[in-house]
Design a protein around this ligand. Sequence first.
Ligand SMILES: NC(=O)c1ccc[n+]([C@@H]2O[C@H](COP(=O)([O-])OP(=O)(O)OC[C@H]3O[C@@H](n4cnc5c(N)ncnc54)[C@H](OP(=O)(O)O)[C@@H]3O)[C@@H](O)[C@H]2O)c1
Length: 217
Amino acid sequence: MDIGIIGGTGPAGRGLGLRLAAAGMSVAIGSRDPARAAGVVDEMAARWAGRLGGSLSGVGNVEATGGKLVVLATPWDAAVRTVAELGDRLEGKVLVSMANALVREGQEMVPLFHPRGSVAAAVQAAAPGAKVAAAFHHLPAREMADLDSGLVADVLVCADDPEATGETMSLVERIEGLRPLDAGSLSQAAAIEAFTAVCVTLNIRHRAHSTLKLAGI
Ligand SMILES: NC(=O)c1ccc[n+]([C@@H]2O[C@H](COP(=O)([O-])OP(=O)(O)OC[C@H]3O[C@@H](n4cnc5c(N)ncnc54)[C@H](OP(=O)(O)O)[C@@H]3O)[C@@H](O)[C@H]2O)c1
Protein backbone atom coordinates (compact mmCIF):
# COMPACT_ATOMS: atom_id res chain seq x y z
CA MET A 1 0.00 0.00 0.00
CA ASP A 2 1.51 3.33 -1.09
CA ILE A 3 -0.96 5.67 0.59
CA GLY A 4 -3.47 5.18 3.42
CA ILE A 5 -6.12 7.84 3.94
CA ILE A 6 -7.62 7.98 7.44
CA GLY A 7 -11.19 9.28 7.17
CA GLY A 8 -10.91 8.80 3.43
CA THR A 9 -14.62 8.25 2.75
CA GLY A 10 -15.50 11.97 2.75
CA PRO A 11 -15.31 14.22 -0.32
CA ALA A 12 -11.73 15.33 0.42
CA GLY A 13 -10.30 11.84 0.99
CA ARG A 14 -12.17 10.38 -1.96
CA GLY A 15 -10.98 13.13 -4.29
CA LEU A 16 -7.37 12.79 -3.23
CA GLY A 17 -7.50 8.99 -3.29
CA LEU A 18 -8.98 8.99 -6.77
CA ARG A 19 -6.31 11.31 -8.17
CA LEU A 20 -3.52 9.25 -6.62
CA ALA A 21 -4.97 5.98 -7.90
CA ALA A 22 -5.32 7.57 -11.36
CA ALA A 23 -1.61 8.45 -11.08
CA GLY A 24 -0.75 4.76 -10.63
CA MET A 25 -0.56 4.52 -6.86
CA SER A 26 -1.99 1.88 -4.56
CA VAL A 27 -4.38 3.74 -2.23
CA ALA A 28 -6.33 2.52 0.80
CA ILE A 29 -9.41 4.55 1.72
CA GLY A 30 -9.85 4.26 5.49
CA SER A 31 -12.98 4.55 7.59
CA ARG A 32 -14.22 3.88 11.09
CA ASP A 33 -16.38 1.30 9.29
CA PRO A 34 -14.47 -0.86 6.76
CA ALA A 35 -17.73 -1.89 5.05
CA ARG A 36 -18.52 1.77 4.37
CA ALA A 37 -15.03 2.23 2.90
CA ALA A 38 -15.52 -0.81 0.69
CA GLY A 39 -18.82 0.60 -0.59
CA VAL A 40 -17.25 3.98 -1.36
CA VAL A 41 -14.39 2.31 -3.23
CA ASP A 42 -16.80 0.15 -5.27
CA GLU A 43 -18.65 3.31 -6.37
CA MET A 44 -15.42 5.08 -7.33
CA ALA A 45 -14.04 2.06 -9.19
CA ALA A 46 -17.31 1.63 -11.12
CA ARG A 47 -17.42 5.29 -12.15
CA TRP A 48 -13.77 5.49 -13.20
CA ALA A 49 -13.29 1.99 -14.62
CA GLY A 50 -10.37 1.95 -17.04
CA ARG A 51 -8.99 5.28 -15.78
CA LEU A 52 -7.12 4.04 -12.72
CA GLY A 53 -3.51 3.05 -13.36
CA GLY A 54 -3.18 2.13 -9.70
CA SER A 55 -5.62 0.61 -7.24
CA LEU A 56 -8.15 1.54 -4.57
CA SER A 57 -9.17 -0.52 -1.56
CA GLY A 58 -11.53 0.15 1.33
CA VAL A 59 -10.17 -0.55 4.81
CA GLY A 60 -10.51 0.41 8.48
CA ASN A 61 -8.59 3.47 9.70
CA VAL A 62 -6.17 1.21 11.58
CA GLU A 63 -5.25 -0.63 8.36
CA ALA A 64 -4.86 2.70 6.56
CA THR A 65 -1.91 3.49 8.83
CA GLY A 66 -0.06 0.73 6.89
CA GLY A 67 0.48 3.11 3.97
CA LYS A 68 4.06 4.18 3.24
CA LEU A 69 2.64 7.68 3.64
CA VAL A 70 -0.56 8.38 5.57
CA VAL A 71 -3.05 11.22 5.00
CA LEU A 72 -5.44 12.41 7.70
CA ALA A 73 -8.75 13.48 6.12
CA THR A 74 -11.20 13.57 9.03
CA PRO A 75 -13.04 16.76 10.03
CA TRP A 76 -10.72 19.07 12.00
CA ASP A 77 -12.47 18.49 15.31
CA ALA A 78 -12.00 14.72 15.02
CA ALA A 79 -8.34 14.87 13.94
CA VAL A 80 -6.59 14.82 17.32
CA ARG A 81 -8.81 12.15 18.85
CA THR A 82 -8.50 9.96 15.76
CA VAL A 83 -4.71 10.18 15.72
CA ALA A 84 -4.45 9.64 19.48
CA GLU A 85 -6.54 6.46 19.17
CA LEU A 86 -4.12 5.09 16.57
CA GLY A 87 -1.34 5.17 19.17
CA ASP A 88 2.13 4.22 18.01
CA ARG A 89 0.99 2.95 14.60
CA LEU A 90 2.00 6.31 13.14
CA GLU A 91 5.50 6.18 14.67
CA GLY A 92 8.08 7.19 12.06
CA LYS A 93 5.46 7.75 9.33
CA VAL A 94 4.98 10.84 7.25
CA LEU A 95 1.47 11.97 8.20
CA VAL A 96 -0.18 14.65 6.05
CA SER A 97 -2.83 16.78 7.73
CA MET A 98 -5.29 18.48 5.35
CA ALA A 99 -7.80 19.70 7.95
CA ASN A 100 -9.14 23.25 8.02
CA ALA A 101 -10.88 24.53 11.14
CA LEU A 102 -13.60 26.73 9.65
CA VAL A 103 -17.12 27.77 10.49
CA ARG A 104 -19.72 29.24 8.16
CA GLU A 105 -21.22 32.59 9.13
CA GLY A 106 -23.84 33.64 6.60
CA GLN A 107 -22.21 34.17 3.24
CA GLU A 108 -18.68 33.61 4.43
CA MET A 109 -16.38 31.14 6.09
CA VAL A 110 -14.31 32.23 9.06
CA PRO A 111 -11.31 30.44 10.54
CA LEU A 112 -11.20 29.07 14.06
CA PHE A 113 -7.84 29.37 15.76
CA HIS A 114 -6.62 26.24 17.46
CA PRO A 115 -4.98 26.62 20.89
CA ARG A 116 -1.86 24.93 19.46
CA GLY A 117 -1.80 27.37 16.54
CA SER A 118 -3.07 24.98 13.88
CA VAL A 119 -4.78 21.64 13.49
CA ALA A 120 -1.54 20.27 12.03
CA ALA A 121 0.42 21.33 15.14
CA ALA A 122 -2.20 19.68 17.34
CA VAL A 123 -1.93 16.49 15.26
CA GLN A 124 1.85 16.58 15.64
CA ALA A 125 1.45 16.90 19.43
CA ALA A 126 -0.98 13.96 19.46
CA ALA A 127 1.40 11.80 17.39
CA PRO A 128 4.88 12.94 18.46
CA GLY A 129 6.58 10.04 16.67
CA ALA A 130 5.03 10.91 13.30
CA LYS A 131 6.55 13.32 10.79
CA VAL A 132 3.63 15.65 10.22
CA ALA A 133 3.23 17.76 7.09
CA ALA A 134 0.34 20.06 6.25
CA ALA A 135 -0.90 20.12 2.64
CA PHE A 136 -3.93 19.97 0.30
CA HIS A 137 -5.95 22.57 2.27
CA HIS A 138 -7.09 24.69 -0.66
CA LEU A 139 -8.04 21.98 -3.15
CA PRO A 140 -11.75 21.80 -3.98
CA ALA A 141 -12.93 18.23 -3.33
CA ARG A 142 -15.49 18.33 -6.13
CA GLU A 143 -12.85 19.03 -8.79
CA MET A 144 -10.46 16.50 -7.26
CA ALA A 145 -13.19 13.86 -7.54
CA ASP A 146 -13.73 14.55 -11.25
CA LEU A 147 -10.87 13.29 -13.40
CA ASP A 148 -12.27 15.32 -16.32
CA SER A 149 -12.22 18.65 -14.47
CA GLY A 150 -8.81 19.83 -15.74
CA LEU A 151 -7.76 20.86 -12.26
CA VAL A 152 -4.77 23.23 -12.05
CA ALA A 153 -3.54 24.39 -8.62
CA ASP A 154 -0.60 25.10 -6.36
CA VAL A 155 -0.37 23.07 -3.16
CA LEU A 156 1.37 24.69 -0.20
CA VAL A 157 3.34 22.16 1.82
CA CYS A 158 4.86 22.81 5.24
CA ALA A 159 6.56 20.57 7.80
CA ASP A 160 9.31 20.62 10.40
CA ASP A 161 10.88 17.40 9.13
CA PRO A 162 12.66 17.61 5.73
CA GLU A 163 11.58 14.03 4.88
CA ALA A 164 7.94 14.98 5.51
CA THR A 165 8.28 18.01 3.21
CA GLY A 166 10.06 16.02 0.49
CA GLU A 167 7.74 13.02 0.48
CA THR A 168 4.63 15.20 0.54
CA MET A 169 5.91 17.32 -2.34
CA SER A 170 6.69 14.18 -4.35
CA LEU A 171 3.15 12.98 -3.70
CA VAL A 172 1.66 16.25 -4.94
CA GLU A 173 3.83 16.06 -8.07
CA ARG A 174 2.28 12.72 -8.96
CA ILE A 175 -1.08 14.41 -9.53
CA GLU A 176 -1.51 15.99 -12.95
CA GLY A 177 -2.12 19.74 -12.76
CA LEU A 178 -0.84 20.21 -9.21
CA ARG A 179 2.39 22.05 -8.33
CA PRO A 180 3.85 21.60 -4.83
CA LEU A 181 5.43 24.64 -3.15
CA ASP A 182 7.61 24.33 -0.05
CA ALA A 183 6.03 26.90 2.29
CA GLY A 184 8.34 26.39 5.26
CA SER A 185 8.01 24.91 8.74
CA LEU A 186 4.87 23.55 10.39
CA SER A 187 4.39 27.00 11.98
CA GLN A 188 3.06 28.12 8.59
CA ALA A 189 0.14 25.70 8.89
CA ALA A 190 -1.79 28.25 10.99
CA ALA A 191 -1.87 30.76 8.16
CA ILE A 192 -2.33 28.12 5.46
CA GLU A 193 -5.33 26.57 7.23
CA ALA A 194 -6.88 29.97 8.02
CA PHE A 195 -6.45 31.18 4.42
CA THR A 196 -8.79 28.42 3.31
CA ALA A 197 -11.60 30.51 4.80
CA VAL A 198 -10.73 33.27 2.31
CA CYS A 199 -10.61 30.82 -0.61
CA VAL A 200 -14.01 29.33 0.22
CA THR A 201 -15.54 32.77 0.84
CA LEU A 202 -14.33 33.91 -2.59
CA ASN A 203 -15.99 30.90 -4.14
CA ILE A 204 -19.25 31.57 -2.28
CA ARG A 205 -19.32 35.27 -3.20
CA HIS A 206 -18.32 34.79 -6.82
CA ARG A 207 -20.17 31.52 -7.32
CA ALA A 208 -16.84 30.13 -8.48
CA HIS A 209 -14.75 26.99 -8.20
CA SER A 210 -11.40 28.77 -8.03
CA THR A 211 -8.11 27.18 -6.99
CA LEU A 212 -4.96 28.73 -5.56
CA LYS A 213 -2.30 29.60 -8.19
CA LEU A 214 0.59 31.87 -7.24
CA ALA A 215 2.29 34.07 -9.84
CA GLY A 216 6.00 34.94 -9.91
CA ILE A 217 7.34 31.76 -8.34
N1 LIG B 1 -14.10 19.20 1.28
C1 LIG B 1 -13.12 19.91 0.75
O1 LIG B 1 -13.24 20.52 -0.34
C2 LIG B 1 -11.77 19.97 1.46
C3 LIG B 1 -10.66 20.45 0.76
C4 LIG B 1 -9.42 20.48 1.42
C5 LIG B 1 -9.33 20.05 2.75
N2 LIG B 1 -10.43 19.60 3.38
C6 LIG B 1 -10.31 19.12 4.76
O2 LIG B 1 -10.25 17.71 4.67
C7 LIG B 1 -10.93 17.11 5.77
C8 LIG B 1 -12.04 16.19 5.26
O3 LIG B 1 -12.98 16.95 4.54
P1 LIG B 1 -14.36 16.27 4.11
O4 LIG B 1 -15.18 17.33 3.49
O5 LIG B 1 -14.07 15.03 3.34
O6 LIG B 1 -14.93 15.90 5.57
P2 LIG B 1 -16.13 14.95 6.06
O7 LIG B 1 -16.83 14.39 4.89
O8 LIG B 1 -16.94 15.71 7.04
O9 LIG B 1 -15.35 13.81 6.87
C9 LIG B 1 -14.47 12.90 6.25
C10 LIG B 1 -14.62 11.53 6.89
O10 LIG B 1 -14.18 11.60 8.25
C11 LIG B 1 -14.85 10.60 9.00
N3 LIG B 1 -15.38 11.20 10.22
C12 LIG B 1 -16.43 12.05 10.34
N4 LIG B 1 -16.65 12.39 11.63
C13 LIG B 1 -15.69 11.73 12.34
C14 LIG B 1 -15.40 11.65 13.73
N5 LIG B 1 -16.10 12.32 14.64
N6 LIG B 1 -14.36 10.85 14.12
C15 LIG B 1 -13.63 10.15 13.19
N7 LIG B 1 -13.89 10.18 11.87
C16 LIG B 1 -14.89 10.96 11.45
C17 LIG B 1 -16.00 10.07 8.14
O11 LIG B 1 -15.60 8.78 7.65
P3 LIG B 1 -16.19 7.41 8.26
O12 LIG B 1 -17.59 7.70 8.78
O13 LIG B 1 -16.21 6.54 7.06
O14 LIG B 1 -15.24 7.02 9.32
C18 LIG B 1 -16.05 11.04 6.97
O15 LIG B 1 -16.45 10.44 5.77
C19 LIG B 1 -11.49 18.25 6.63
O16 LIG B 1 -10.64 18.45 7.72
C20 LIG B 1 -11.47 19.44 5.69
O17 LIG B 1 -11.23 20.65 6.39
C21 LIG B 1 -11.65 19.53 2.77
